[in-house]
Ligand binder design. Structure first.
Ligand SMILES: [Ca+2]
Ligand SMILES: [Ca+2]
Length: 313
């Protein structure tokens, strides 16, 4: 739990300088570090994958990476599909306009101006999730100029997440199942006083509450078991309690009362069970120190919720 998503953004890649920014992100996330190995980032692409045979070219003999496949633009039909940009190669090229040369500095598409759309050399390295047999070892090259393909504007943006380091102090370890994860409802509450009868602050982890962020809860996570379609094994998962505890003030982390509630949505007939529950503690450097097992009176929940109260110590 030391690393978490701090933000997500889409950026257009319509100009040479925007391509350069994306190259820098892939290389070292535009954060060069002297005398240290650079750690590059990844970029997400929304590609159109229909009739790809019309836009997939094989790099000819005599050229850099001859025999590899590359896309010169997006597929002319089909729907969006998530693929990942893992790197780039500025030497990869293809004579898109068939004038016998591979160029970046002339008006190769004949629209009267020289822009990124004219670039015949320089490509992103893209990987797909369709297995190693797809293309060459699951990867393909995508000309930078495809990023301005006007026939598939969703493919003109690159998405990225930014990750920040975070040191948890307390976490909750759960082993949980539910036969309809869209209807699962879990809330976690805390109070400063270890004899409190109700929480002062509560938190409903989105992933255990139908993931309401993007609208209809059922559509977001599916009416399937917690572990996925046809998979009724319990999931072991961790929830960072540190942000919730910090609401009680800086000194409150050592004491207090924890309230857990496992239930289902109204009118649902879903069933679930909590197989194990523990509170884990970490020191100021984020190193694991100890685990305190929380006893579960009756593991099952459904129309009758399962509630647990315990002291934090
Ligand atoms: Ca050419
Ligand atoms: Ca042009």
């Amino acid at each position: 739990m030391e690393y978490r998503v701090a933000g997500y953004r889409y950026t257009p890649t319509a100009t040479v300088s925007q391509i350069n920014e994306a190259r820098g992100w892939l290389f070292d996330r535009n954060q060069p570090k002297k005398n240290q190995e650079s750690i590059g980032g990844l970029l997400a692409l929304d590609g159109r994958m229909g009739e790809l045979d019309k836009v997939t070219k094989t790099i000819p003999a005599g050229e850099h990476l001859a025999g590899e496949d590359l896309w010169i633009r997006w597929g002319p039909s089909g729907y969006g599909h998530g693929i990942t940009c893992v790197g780039y190669d500025d030497q990869v090229g293809f004579d898109v306009n068939g004038d016998g040369k591979i160029t970046n500095d002339i008006d190769s598409n004949g629209d009267g101006k020289v822009t990124l759309a004219d670039a015949e050399r320089g490509a992103f390295i893209v990987v797909n999730s369709w297995g190693k047999k797809w293309s060459n070892d699951g990867k393909i090259y995508l000309l930078y100029s495809a990023m301005v393909d006007p026939t598939w504007e969703r493919g003109n943006f690159l998405g990225r997440i930014e990750v920040s380091r975070h040191l948890p102090q307390r976490t909750l370890k759960l082993k949980l199942d539910c036969n309809k994860r869209s209807d699962l409802r879990v809330s976690i509450g805390i109070a400063r006083d270890k004899n409190a009868t109700k929480p002062e602050h509560e938190f409903e982890p989105q992933v255990l509450n139908g993931w309401p962020l993007f609208g209809n809860r059922r559509n977001n996570v599916g009416e399937v078991p917690l572990a996925g379609p046809g998979d009724d094994i319990p999931l072991e998962l961790g929830i960072d309690l540190t942000p919730l505890l910090s609401k009680l003030g800086p000194d409150a982390v050592v004491d207090g009362r924890l309230f857990l509630s496992f239930s289902i949505a109204e009118k649902s007939e879903a069933l679930g069970a909590l197989h194990s529950c523990a509170i884990r503690s970490y020191d100021a450097k984020g190193t694991y120190v100890s685990e305190s097992v929380v006893s579960i009176p009756d593991p099952f929940f459904g129309n009758t919720p399962l509630t647990i109260e315990t002291t934090l110590h």
